[in-house]
Each structure stands twice: as C-alpha cells, then as structure tokens.
Design a protein around this ligand. Structure first.
Ligand SMILES: [Zn+2]
Ligand SMILES: [Zn+2]
Length: 123
C-alpha cells in the first residue's frame, strides 16, 4: 500500500502481534479498524511512532487524503481534550491515519486518563 500523504510505500511493522502499516518516508501510521484502540491498551505502543513530530505537523496540513485501502476520501477527526489531535478516518473500512507524533499524543491521552482515575480513586 502507498502512504495516503506522501505516496511512499507503507511497511508492515509488528507490535506484540498487532500489524500496523508505517510509511517509510514520513513515518505516518495507518491502523486498521480498532487496531489503535487495541494498541492503546498496550504499554509502550507509542514506540512505533518513530517519526519527527515537526514533519508530522507538515503532513497534517494535507487535507485531501484518500484511504490507502479503499481509495475513497477520508474524513478528518478532531479531538481537543485533553490533547489536540487531528487524524484521518476512512468512512468505509474505519481505518485511521496518524501523522508522525500524533500517535504518541494519542497514547499520552490514555496515560492521562489513567492518572485521572487514580486521582478520582483517592477522593
Ligand atoms: Zn508518508
Ligand atoms: Zn478504507
């Protein structure tokens, strides 16, 4: 498959049995349906996001993105709290594309939620 942003080849990488596609050029990450939720529960999964967040921020500006699997236009998902993340989601296969650095933010959110749980538990 080709990267939906820079058109370089996506390489399959494996994290604890979950296969993820990562771009060999811009290091964006493509997740199949529910893969990112599965990874979010795994400690250390942010290590798959090896790209430069400044490069990622540049590719984040590209608005016209087609799903590498279905070749239809992906929709943009914006999340403001607790960390600002914008990623692309495919309306057909529900795959998601994260630019470099975005998945680290996504994982941080999970750590933040766990922290909130701990604080809530003390009260
Ligand atoms: Zn790319
Ligand atoms: Zn798709």
């Amino acid at each position: 498959m080709e990267c939906p942003k820079c058109l370089a080849q996506l390489e399959v990488i494996d994290f604890k049995g979950i296969e993820i596609e990562r771009c060999s050029n811009c290091f964006g990450l493509f997740f199949d349906h529910l893969e990112k939720e599965g990874l979010k529960a795994l400690r250390g999964a942010e290590s798959i996001d090896v790209g430069d967040e400044f490069v990622g921020a540049r590719y984040n500006e590209i608005m016209d993105v087609a799903c590498p699997k279905c070749r239809i236009k992906m929709t943009h998902v914006y999340q403001k709290e607790p960390f600002e993340i914008k990623f692309e989601s495919c309306p057909q296969c529900h795959g998601a594309f994260f630019d470099a650095g975005e998945f680290r933010d996504y994982m941080e959110e999970e750590i933040f939620e766990q922290f909130q749980d701990v604080v809530g538990g003390i009260e």
